[in-house]
Each structure stands twice: as C-alpha cells, then as structure tokens.
Design a protein around this ligand. Structure first.
Ligand SMILES: Nc1ncnc2c1ncn2[C@@H]1O[C@H](COP(=O)(O)OP(=O)(O)OP(=O)(O)O)[C@@H](O)[C@H]1O
Ligand SMILES: [Mg+2]
Length: 267
C-alpha cells in the first residue's frame, strides 16, 4: 500500500507519516518511509539513530549521480533525459530505522512558481513514480506542503492520500484544493484528517466547513502537549510516550488503514 501525506505547513504531516510508518513496521509489515520535504525531519519522528542520521545525504543533493543519470549521449547542454534509470536508487540509499523500517530521504527542489524542469526534478519525479508503482512494501511519503510537484504520472500508484488539516480555515482551504487535485490525478482513497483538535467545538466547526465536500472527515487527532515535548527533546513521540493522546489516536487511524489495506490487497 502506498500512502501519501499532504497538507499545509505545520499541520502534522511528518508526525502522521512517521508514526504510521512505525506502527506498520511494529506490526511486521515491510515499510519504506520517504522524506520528500526540504526540511527533512522525518528521521526525528521515526527515531532514526543519530549516527545514521548524520550520514544521510538527500537524493536531491547528489549532484554527480543526478548528472550521470539524466545526461544524454553526446552531452548536449540544456538537454537531458527526463526518464532516467532510478530503480536501483531506493535500495542503494535507504537507511535502517527502528522496528525494521527503512527510510529514503529524497529532499526536495526549490521550485519557481512555474515548476522547474531541471534534471533534479526529473530524477525525483521518476523516483516517486518508481516508489509508488514498482515497490511492493508499505510506502509512506511525507510530502512537502502543496502538491505542485505531483503530476498525473507521478501520482499513479498512490493508494491513499491523507489530507491533513489543523483547526483553521486556512489549512482547510488548502485541503479543499488538494482534494480536487488528488481526484484529478485519479487517486481513489482521499481521506481528510484533522490534527491538533482541542475540543468538540473545534471539531464542530471543521465538520460544518466540510459538510458540503464530497469527502467527510475521516479521522481526528487531539492536540497533545507530549508531541511538542518529544520534539523539544529530539526523540520520536512514540518513545517519549507510546500512549499519549495523539499517539493513541494515530493507532486508531493506523487500524483503519490496515483494514483498508486488507480490503484492497488481500483477496
Ligand atoms: N497532535 C498534536 N498535538 C500537539 N502538537 C502537535 C500535534 N501534531 C503536531 N504537533 C506539532 O506541530 C508542529 C508541526 O508538526 P509536523 O512537523 O508534524 O508538521 P508538518 O506538517 O510536517 O510541518 P512542515 O510543513 O513544516 O513539514 C510540531 O512542532 C509538532 O510537535
Ligand atoms: Mg514535515
């Protein structure tokens, strides 16, 4: 199953991607977590060892490899291969994490508004396509805010798009855009998840906003001060308090996704 996590900056994408990856792995699934955010902080949430973390070089910064893979015979300047060979990259550059999970750090490319047709992007896009379509493990991608980097080709193979929001109209605005785009891209399972919810009155306001949407609220995760404390201490929230309010709620989300996986794949 291929799960992508999207939403506005700071809504909790990395938290959800990281904890879901850990929960799938703890349950015995083969898991590949993908960090596709320029901040590259998924490794904290996953609880990757410091010495492993220090050695990680994001794929987007492997200039030589990108050049080698995207260059065309004859080396004509400004012309490059938009469909480079990438199938060996995940296994070459992934690192080991807790519970047997693996992490691949893609990083991301600073793009001008019009989108960048540069070799780095060609490689990252082809790699995302490869991860979504060709891998057979549970793949969980922590996306950068916004979905501009996803094209019809790259999104192919995403089984579940988790669209995250906090209790704010601004983050819901972006969710509505992401939902429309995800549908256009042909993604079937688009699930809206609210995070950092303080109380029922916030939930009521969110539900009121989304009631006309085709996609209802799938899950809601409470605000939990232990998540911030774990961040401050630089450790995975799962180690900091495996039974905190938010973690318990993500476990319920995990259970729903595991059941969905069974429906989708275990015939
Ligand atoms: N349920 C929660 N309760 C309290 N704090 C939370 C919760 N979820 C996330 N946070 C805090 O919100 C901040 C943002 O979380 P996170 O990094 O997961 O979001 P993000 O969407 O990945 O952000 P970015 O767009 O910067 O990558 C962090 O400081 C995290 O500790
Ligand atoms: Mg993040």
């Amino acid at each position: 199953m291929k799960i992508a996590v999207s939403g506005k900056g700071g809504v909790g994408k990395t938290l959800i991607a990281g904890i879901l990856a850990r929960l799938f792995a703890k349950d015995g699934f083969k898991v590949l977590a993908i960090d596709n955010d320029s901040a590259m902080n998924l490794s904290y949430t996953l609880g990757i060892n410091q010495d492993v973390k220090e050695k990680i070089v994001p794929i987007s910064e492997m200039k030589e490899m990108i050049k080698e893979r995207t260059s065309v015979p004859g080396g004509v300047s400004g012309v490059y291969n938009i469909n480079p060979k990438v199938s060996d990259i995940p296994d070459r550059f992934k690192v080991n994490g807790p519970d047997g999970l693996e992490l691949l750090v893609l990083g991301s490319i600073e793009e001008p508004a019009t989108g960048c047709l540069c070799p780095e992007n060609a490689l990252i896009r082809t790699l995302l396509y490869n991860l979504f379509v060709k891998r057979d493990e549970v793949v969980i991608v922590d996306f950068e805010a916004g979905l501009e980097h996803l094209g019809r080709g790259t999104a192919k193979g995403i089984d579940v798009m988790l669209v995250m929001s906090e209790p704010s109209q601004k983050s819901l605005d972006l969710c509505s855009k992401i939902i429309v785009l995800s549908k256009k891209l042909g993604i079937i399972n688009i699930f809206l998840v609210a995070n950092k919810v303080l109380d029922q009155s916030q939930l009521d306001i969110i539900n009121k906003r989304v009631q006309k949407w085709e996609i209802p609220l799938y899950h809601s995760i409470p605000f939990d001060s232990d998540i911030g404390k774990a961040d401050l201490n630089g450790i995975s929230p799962l180690e900091f308090n495996p039974n905190s309010k938010a973690i318990d709620s993500i476990k319920i989300l995990y259970k729903k996704l595991k059941d969905l996986k069974k429906d989708l794949f275990d015939l």
